[in-house]
Each structure stands twice: as C-alpha cells, then as structure tokens.
Design a protein around this ligand. Sequence first.
Ligand code: ARG
Length: 456
Amino acid sequence: TRNPLWGGRFAGGPAEAFQRFGHSLDADIKLWREDIQGSKAHARMLAAQGIISEAERDALLSGLDQVASEIEAGTFGWSEALEDVHMNVEARLREIAPKAAGKLHTGRSRNDQVATDLRLWVRASLDRCAEAVRECQRAFLHQAESGHDALMPGFTHLQIAQPVTYAHHCLAYVEMLERDRKRLLSAREHLNESPLGAAALGGTPHPIDRDMTAKELGFDRPMANSLDAASARDFCLEAVGAASICGVTLSRYAEEVVLFSSAPFSYWQCSESFSTGSSIMPQKRNPDAAELIRAKVGRLTGAFNALTLQTKGLALAYAKDMQETKPVTMEALDQLEATLLITAGMVREMTINRARMAEDANAGYATATDLADSLAKDGIPFRDAHHIVGALVALCEEKGCTLSEAPEAEAQAISPLLTRDRLAGLTPEASVQGKLSYGGPAFTRQQADRWTKALG
Ligand code: ARG
C-alpha cells in the first residue's frame, strides 16, 4: 500500500523487508516528547504569523496533546509502515483533527524536525549527565571527608612512589570529573541553536518566524544556515565525544577499585550492594560494578567511532545515513548517565582499610624523596642529594631494612649528613604534612572545603 504521507508519486509501497529495515521506531520512541513539543511550537508560530487560523492552531494543539496522552498511556498504535516518530504522530493527528493536521507540515520538513527533536533530546540528556557527574563528585568528596587523614601510597608506574592521603586521591577524581562536566556542558552550549524552519534543506517561502520557535524550545537562536541546520550531526559527535572522555575517567577509577580491592592490596572494599558472589566459590566477593563501569567506555568510544564513520562521507544536506546516528547517540548518552549514577553509588559506599594503606605508604622507600628534599634544604644540590639517598636505598635493600633503620656507621660513610635524627624523621605522616605546596597532599583540607562550598 502507498504511504499516506508521501505516496502521491508512488504506485505501490516498499518491500516488507525494506520497511522493517528502514524504520527508526526503536530509537524514535524515545523522541516522542520532543517531537510533540516541536510540533506545538511550530503550530503556535504558524498561527502567530497568520499562516494558519487560530482555530486550526487550537485543533492542532489539542490533537497533539491527545496523541501525547495516548503514547503516555501505551494505547498509541505505532506503525513501522510509517517509518518514524514524525509520521506516526502526524498520521494519528490526521485521524483526530483531519482538517488542521494537513497544515502542520507547512514550512517544515522531517529533516529539520528530526534535527530539532534530537537536539532537544541530547540537550536534556547532557543536563542529566552533568547532574550525575555532580553526584559522583559529591560521593568522592564524601569519601575524602570520611577518610580524610588516611594515608595511602601514591604510585607512578604502579610502583610505590610517595605517601599521599586517601582524601587527596579522591579529590583528584573530583577535579577530573569537573572537567568532564564542563565538556558535557560545553557540548550542550554548542548544540543549543534551533534547526527548525530550515525545512528540507533550503528554507521555505512561507513567512515563518524561526526566532519564535527557537525561543519557545529554549534554543539560544535559530541556526543561521538551512543546509547546515538540516545536515549537522557534529552535536552528536561532540556530546558522545565528551561522554567518552568522561567514560575514561570513570574507567580509570573502576580499574583502581578492581586492583585495590584485590587481596594483595586490600586497600578498598566495595559495599555488598555493589558486589557479587560466585556460583561456585563460596568465599568470593567480586567488584562487578567496577568491572562493568570499566567496560562501558568501550561502548562510548565505539559510539564515537560509529558516528564519525556514519557522517564523514555525507555531502550536504540530509541523507538517510543520519537516521543511524540516532540510536548510537542516544544509547551512548543513556549508558553514560547510568554509569555515572552507579559509580556515584559505589563510591559513596566504599570502605577503606586504613592500616593496609598506611603500611604501603611507608613501603618501598616511599619517603626517599623527602630525605633528598631535606638534604637539599640544607644546601646540598638536589642532584647530589638524590645520589646520596640512592646509595642509602641500595644499602637498606642489601640489609633488608627501612631508611630509618639504616646502620648508623654505614649511613654516615655515605654522607655525614645522614644522621640518626634525620632518618628517624622520615615518616609518611611527616612526608604528607610537609607537602604544603599548592595542590599537594597537605593542601587537601583547603581543597575539600572549596569543593564542599561548590557542591552544596
Ligand atoms: N526518519 C528520518 C530520520 O530519522 C527522518 C527524516 C527523514 N527525511 C527524509 N528525507 N527521508 O532521519
């Protein structure tokens, strides 16, 4: 059967297999609110411009409300034959308000309609994701406050490097997430122009008011070029790109959870509500939530790749390829939001083993840099101090002792400055308290206070 909306020039309908292949309802079902919102704005504008009558406008508005309540109630009969959300809504509107419905599509096309719907959807999703990032930040801040003075080893190359604090470690994630949040919001800011009224690609001869619809839909302004408006999907790339980068942050933390909750480390433990057991090994407590968080970034960057490949070869303006960008974009952003919320929950309930972390904060000659720094403070060039301490570490390694346990005579033979007192002062607490430089571990209190204010 011929399509009721564009069947005029066709003798028959599409092959059934092609219909199933070509419809976009799976993704579009999520867009129905935006579609109706856009149609209402368009109808109001058409009436304000005298293109349709006020009675027609009212028939359209109440008809669209009825469609919305049918969809909400689950009684709406979605039809694959009608391809997408736009044609499904319009076809039902024709049944409800037969005379007015035919005029709704004046001065617009599905091309600017889908671009508008998707921008609105992505915008709302980015707002939710930015708020979910805030949840994660609050959870990390909560950890920083409750585990505030717990010592922890800092690593480079995953080798114990210098003592830090657990709070310092958590606050690093608060900072990383703040950049992620800003990236999401900057994608939001860039996408917030209205494509509506670009029509198919080349504008319309009807005296439409694109400023009015832009304003009603919360856009900053109408997009300035109709070809661009109908064909731009860089907003999807940008949003999913920002989502992927945020996914990388979450994945790095998740990797630390997996690592630091394993028995050889035993620094952190996920709460039972974010762990699972094993069906065969009764003793197991696995950090599944963290592992899933770690893996999700694969979907996000996969989506970014998909969007790149889907759009890189498209001549202006609309091409049906763009239909494929919808599920990819929406799925990725939904995944990010869910991942952020799970991360926030997992972080909030994380417990720490202070004794284990403190033990490692003092392991592996973690205070060797502090010793070199103390020699440098007494006028020894840092490079020479580095050499002296290196020799002391080698000695201690040979003796199997810590720096402060180094045999006095042999230490003095390396340098007379390696006195018993100096070596005895090498504690991880002193190390951390001495790191007063801006951004260092001793600066954590001020940093936490600043975030407490910022996060409310
Ligand atoms: N279903 C289409 C999509 O999602 C809507 C735009 C269709 N435009 C067209 N010229 N066929 O992209």
